[in-house]
Design a protein around this ligand. Structure first.
Ligand SMILES: Cc1cc2nc3c(=O)[nH]c(=O)nc-3n(C[C@H](O)[C@H](O)[C@H](O)COP(=O)(O)OP(=O)(O)OC[C@H]3O[C@@H](n4cnc5c(N)ncnc54)[C@H](O)[C@@H]3O)c2cc1C
Length: 321
């Protein structure tokens, strides 16, 4: 049996941020992740300047500054200034994990029990504090929070995406809202070294109600990209993932057990941004363990953008209901 003060299940941004702060304070912690890093992670890879500041990664070489967004809504096309960045999750998550200096064990967690005030993970690992950072399918959520904090399917988002090397890519970031019946948006995010991320995401329930499928929306999206000359004939094989936008969170701490990031369902209601809230929640749990204070997600914003245009979209579209 391996014993430690804290076990964090999941080495994404939520888990690695939590570990970073704990290790800095000399607290013994282990991260368990089923994947070998670097691992692929479906994500457009936008991060805000707030994330860069919180993580103190101004010098991270994989940051690519996005100066503008080209936003398309129905037939309207607008250019917005932005201070956001793009990163490649494949590299970014590995960088944050290494930087945390926490011990990383490759292990796919199946069973978690609580005995005499300690958590036993697959009868191999034992700890006093347990942090669930395993994303949508987090085993800590399934074991302890599923009943007290059920997920509301009205907030479920289905996404399809592909990241690929494409030297001829446009260097501007494009977003299309409500194209091809999509109750959400599609994106074209340029990244460093000739990579581009193509993706679409929308509310699962609304898609179903409209009788549309995410793969049909993808096909329409790719045709539009070709028409606009943003891609040529490429062999594409997009992958899908489901995660949850922020809604009422009844509980995210039970005694010494916590859930963070996508395990809670913290992505912002307007743009589905989940990296920032994952990091903030990871840091808040670390603070709770270090200083013996209750963990609360109240300080984490439910929205990404307070720009008038996005507020307009929020109120006048089905996506945000
Ligand atoms: C297509 C798509 C595009 C997105 N684009 C953006 C974007 O541009 N900007 C943004 O801010 N957010 C975006 N998001 C959301 C963002 O990716 C997530 O909110 C964020 O990754 C959540 O981080 P996390 O650490 O909670 O979980 P994750 O990053 O999912 O990490 C969870 C980790 O847990 C591990 N794990 C899971 N189960 C087990 C188990 N049983 N045992 C051991 N390990 C386990 C996994 O291997 C994984 O490494 C996007 C999401 C999708 C699907």
């Amino acid at each position: 049996m391996i014993e430690t003060e804290v076990i964090i299940i999941g080495g994404g941004p939520a888990g690695s941020s939590c570990a970073w702060k704990l290790v800095e304070k000399g607290i013994d912690c282990i991260i368990l992740d089923k994947s070998i890093f670097p691992r692929p992670k479906l994500c457009a890879g936008w991060i805000t300047s707030k994330v860069v500041k919180l993580l103190k990664i101004e010098d991270y070489p994989g940051l690519d500054k996005l100066n503008h967004f080209i936003v398309n809504v129905w037939k309207l096309k607008m250019k917005f200034k932005t201070d956001q960045f793009s990163i490649r999750r494949f590299k970014f998550d590995e960088f944050l994990l290494k930087r945390s200096k926490a011990k990383l064990v490759q292990h796919s967690v199946l069973e978690i029990k609580k005995e005499n005030g300690f958590f036993l993970v697959d009868n191999k690992f034992k700890c006093k504090y347990l942090v669930g950072a395993g994303g949508t399918n987090c085993p800590v959520y399934a074991a302890f929070f599923k009943e007290s904090n059920p997920r509301d399917q009205n907030y479920s988002v289905v996404a399809l995406e592909q990241e690929l090397k494409y030297e001829e890519r446009d260097d501007k970031c494009h977003i299309w809202f409500f194209q091809n019946k999509l109750p959400g948006y599609s994106w074209y995010v340029p990244k460093q070294n000739g990579f581009v991320n193509l993706g679409i995401g929308g509310k699962s329930r609304v898609l179903k109600k409209k009788g549309a499928s995410i793969t049909d929306c993808w096909d329409g999206f790719i045709s539009n990209l070709k028409e606009k000359g943003l891609i040529k004939n490429l062999e594409l094989n997009p992958q899908g993932y489901v995660y949850y936008l922020r809604n009422e969170v009844k509980t995210c701490q039970i005694d010494n057990c916590f859930i963070v990031g996508d395990a809670v369902g913290l992505a912002t209601q307007d743009l589905g941004e989940g990296i920032g809230p994952a990091i903030e929640s990871g840091l808040l749990v670390a603070d709770s363990i270090i200083n013996h204070v209750p963990y609360s997600i109240d300080s984490i914003s439910e929205l990404s953008i307070n720009n008038w245009f996005f507020i307009f979209l929020r109120y006048f579209s089905r996506l945000f209901r």
